[in-house]
Structure formats: structure tokens, C-alpha cells
Design a protein around this ligand. Structure first.
Ligand code: GDP
Ligand code: MG
Length: 441
């Protein structure tokens, strides 16, 4: 995908603002990326439409192409949509005992997530937690929760054979109140797909338990189906949030966007493995990067924006247009290159530039060289930096020695500076300077 996008970007021309055509071209690829990440078709379509309106006419940051700029806009919009409101991990668990109902398909990770959350609340928030399994379909499921509870050192409701889910829920509530627990987790029975009987059961449990939170647990590797599951649970039971599991796998997490868009409910946590501490708060940035699969481009655009202040570029363009390009200017350029991660960092981030980065490295054009050049300039006096023509043999020797380098290297730097200064002068005459500086940045 990166390759294909690289091609698209090459074809896009550099200009001040994003044209509709630029946006269309880039968004076509973004739509494919969303679908490949398992975002459902209607959600992807709506999303792209929304972004199109926002992107068209936006100005393009210096040093990035319109296509890259669109990806950044898309990314920011994804983050905004995924984020929802309020901190992700703020479960409403005041007024003890607060019941948390865990729902979802069979095998989605409900039982595991229940234990992970319990451990987190115990360790991070100092809560007294009681776990209860309502999974009367599979006796082993109740054992599983009890074993996990033992592992993480929290209490679980004693198992009584022959009780219905509703009976267990009632007993759990009483026990939680009498035992002085802060939080009661109710781990419900799974279902293979949406099933009326089990749905009714969850509804009855909900009515008894009056949960403060109802968390839908969804396997992050499931694609399109996640939307149906989320829609159904929201309609029949009502959910307060979503936990995405198996985000340690190589799914791209498009389900997160679909579910968020369809239900409007926040994603609270992500499961990142089978271990009890493999649970993290949902980070929209991370998932957005994953859905797009273009995290590098986003990083590049961000860096470019941070590094180059528009004002500064404007000021430099004016100076250069007058043919003014002294050692201070060159040092500024070299320092900015270093800040952006040097040549390798810069080129490595651009699709299809990996080879060039390698060639540059082989030619000795790397961060160390940038640092040596900066050291040489630092070793010059103020006067010398402002007017490099002053540099004759004895001064050169002093400067090179000051930087602990050979005169040869200083000569190379001077030659490079002269070439750049000449080029700028030439361009300045044609009035092309402003554009050139923009292009360079
Ligand atoms: P339930 O049927 O919904 O209760 O699902 P379980 O909690 O029993 O989990 C089913 C399987 O998925 C178990 O083997 C878990 O260890 C595994 N699992 C749960 N969450 C994650 C996760 O975030 N990552 C990975 N890799 N495995 C998980
Ligand atoms: Mg289970």
C-alpha cells in the first residue's frame, strides 16, 4: 500500500492549497486503506466524505506533498472520531458496589478481560473487587473465572450448581453489598452469534444487576461482523463502552472505527495478549495509525510542521532572494536537517526513498557529517560566518583545528556553501525564490 501511495504522491504537484483533485486522488487510496483495515463500507464511505469537505482548500505544510497532507488530515479526523469524550479508563464505579456487566460473543475474551480489569482496578485504584461468572452453559467457564480470580488475588463468587444466570446475579449482588466490595464484575455466557434466548437472558440479568457499566468485549480481529454485534448489543442490552481484544495480533483494528461510528460508544480498553497485565487504555492515536497503515507519513507531516515555522521560512526566503546566504543560514539548514532525524530519518520516512537513504549513507552523507559541518561553522568567528570570503589559508587552518577536523573538509563545506549561494542568487533574480524555499522545506 505504501508503494502505491508513494506513486500517487509523486504525481501530485506541489502547491499552496489542497485542490479538490489532490484530495480526491489521495482519498481514493485512503478508502482502500480503510477497507483493508476492515472498516465497514458505509462507515468508510461516510468518513471519506466528511474528510473531503475538511481537507479541500487547506494549505499544504512546507516540505510535504498534498497527498501526505491529506493523510495527516485523515489521521487527525480518525483520532477525533475514535477518541470520544472523556478519559478512556474512567469507568463509573463510584457508589459501591458498582456492577460491571461484561457482554459479547463466545471467545471474544470476556472472561480474560474481566480478570484483567479486576486486576487493574485492584492494583491501580485500590478497589475491592468481586467476580461472578454467569456462564451456566459451560461449567468450565465458571472454573476458568475462579482460577483467574485466584491468580490475581481477588475474590470470586462461590459456584453453586443448578442456578440460573439471573439467580447467580441476584446472589452476587447480595454478596457484593454484604461483603463491602467496591466493584462487582458479572461475566456473562458467550454466544456464537446473536441469539434471541441468550439475549433475553442478558436483558434479565441487566434488569436485576442495574450495572453502572456494560462493556461489550469484541475480538479486534473480527472485521465486518463487529458492526452487527455492536449494533445488536446496543439495541437489545445497551452498552456503555467497548473493549477490543487481540490487538496484539495483526488485525488492523478497523472494527474500532466501525463500532464507534455505528454505536457512538467509546472504546475503553484494548487487550494485548493472554497475560493478566496485557490490557491498556485505548489510545486513539495508536489505533488510527494502525488503521491507516501510514503512521510514517503522519509522523513526517507532524515533524515538518513542528520543525519549520512558516514565519521563519518567509524570513529566510526574503534573505535568500536578496542573494544573502551566509554561514549562519547554512548552519540553520544543517541543524534543521538534524532535527528532522538527519538524512536517513528524513528519507526513510518517505515511501520509496529507502534506497536513496542507503545510497546517501554509503556516500558518507549522514548525521555525523552534518554534525561535523556544524562544528566547522561554530569554529568560525562571527565575522567569518557573515562573510565567508574572508577565509584564506591561515584562517582555514585555525577553523579546521578548532573543530578537530581537516582543512579538506572545510573546503568541501565552503564549496557546498558557494554552490548553494550561487543557486539562490540565480533563483532570486527570477523571482522564484519563495517557491524554491517552500519546495526545499
Ligand atoms: P470468552 O469466551 O469471551 O470468555 O473468552 P475468553 O476470555 O475465554 O478468551 C478466549 C481466548 O482468547 C483465551 O484463550 C484467551 O487467553 C484469549 N484472549 C483473550 N484476550 C486476548 C488478547 O487480548 N490477546 C490474545 N492474544 N488472546 C486473548
Ligand atoms: Mg467466558
Amino acid at each position: 500500500l505504501s508503494e502505491r501511495l508513494g506513486g500517487v504522491f509523486d504525481r501530485l504537484t506541489k502547491q499552496g492549497a489542497l485542490s479538490e483533485a489532490d484530495v480526491d486522488t489521495a482519498l481514493r487510496e485512503v478508502r482502500v486503506a480503510l477497507l483493508e483495515a476492515d472498516v465497514s463500507l458505509p462507515v468508510a464511505r461516510d468518513f471519506v466524505k466528511a474528510v473531503k469537505g475538511k481537507a479541500t482548500g487547506q494549505s499544504v505544510t512546507r516540505s510535504v506533498t498534498p497527498g501526505q497532507q491529506v493523510v495527516k488530515i485523515v489521521h487527525d479526523e480518525l483520532v477525533r472520531m475514535l477518541a470520544g469524550d472523556g478519559p478512556a479508563d474512567a469507568l463509573k464505579i463510584d457508589n459501591p458496589p458498582a456492577a460491571v456487566l461484561m457482554v459479547g460473543l463466545q471467545g471474544s475474551g470476556k472472561t480474560t478481560t474481566t480478570a484483567k480489569l479486576a486486576k487493574r482496578l485492584k492494583e491501580k485504584n485500590g478497589k475491592r473487587v468481586l467476580l461472578a461468572s454467569l456462564d451456566t452453559n459451560r461449567p468450565a467457564a465458571m472454573e476458568q473465572l475462579a482460577i483467574l480470580a485466584g491468580q490475581i488475588g481477588v475474590d470470586s463468587l462461590p459456584i453453586v450448581k443448578g442456578e440460573s444466570a439471573v439467580q447467580i446475579a441476584k446472589r452476587a449482588k447480595t454478596q457484593a453489598a454484604m461483603g463491602g466490595y467496591d466493584v462487582l464484575f458479572l461475566d456473562t455466557a458467550g454466544r456464537l452469534h446473536i441469539d434471541e434466548v441468550l439475549m433475553d437472558e442478558v436483558q434479565s440479568v441487566r434488569d436485576i444487576a442495574q450495572p453502572r457499566e456494560t462493556l461489550l468485549v469484541v475480538d479486534g480481529l473480527t472485521g465486518q461482523d463487529a458492526v452487527n454485534v455492536a449494533t445488536e448489543f446496543e439495541a437489545k442490552v445497551g452498552i456503555t463502552g467497548v473493549v477490543l481484544t487481540r490487538m496484539d495480533g495483526d488485525g488492523r483494528g478497523g472494527a474500532a472505527l466501525s463500532m464507534r461510528a455505528v454505536t457512538g460508544k467509546p472504546i475503553r480498553f484494548v487487550g494485548l495478549g493472554e497475560k493478566m497485565d496485557a490490557l491498556e487504555t485505548f489510545e486513539p492515536e495508536r489505533v488510527a495509525g494502525r488503521i491507516l497503515g501510514m503512521g510514517d507519513i503522519v509522523a513526517l507531516v507532524e515533524k515538518a510542521r513542528e520543525t519549520f515555522e512558516a514565519e521563519q521560512a518567509e524570513r529566510m526566503a526574503k534573505r535568500f532572494a536578496k542573494g544573502l546566504f551566509n554561514m549562519n543560514d547554512l548552519r540553520g539548514q544543517l541543524e534543521q536537517m538534524l532535527k528532522m532525524g538527519g538524512m536517513q530519518g528524513l528519507m526513510g520516512m518517505l515511501p520509496g526513498m529507502g534506497k536513496m537513504a542507503k545510497a546517501a549513507e554509503e556516500a558518507g552523507f549522514d548525521d555525523r557529517m552534518l554534525r561535523r559541518q556544524i562544528a566547522l561553522i561554530n569554529s568560525m568567528t562571527k565575522k567569518e560566518r557573515a562573510n565567508p570570503d574572508l577565509l584564506q589559508a591561515s584562517r582555514k587552518k585555525r577553523i579546521a583545528q578548532g573543530a578537530g577536523l581537516e582543512v579538506q573538509e572545510l573546503n568541501r563545506l565552503l564549496k557546498q556553501h558557494k554552490q548553494m549561494a550561487d543557486m539562490m542568487k540565480k533563483m532570486g533574480k527570477g523571482g522564484m525564490m519563495k517557491q524554491a524555499v517552500k519546495a526545499m522545506m
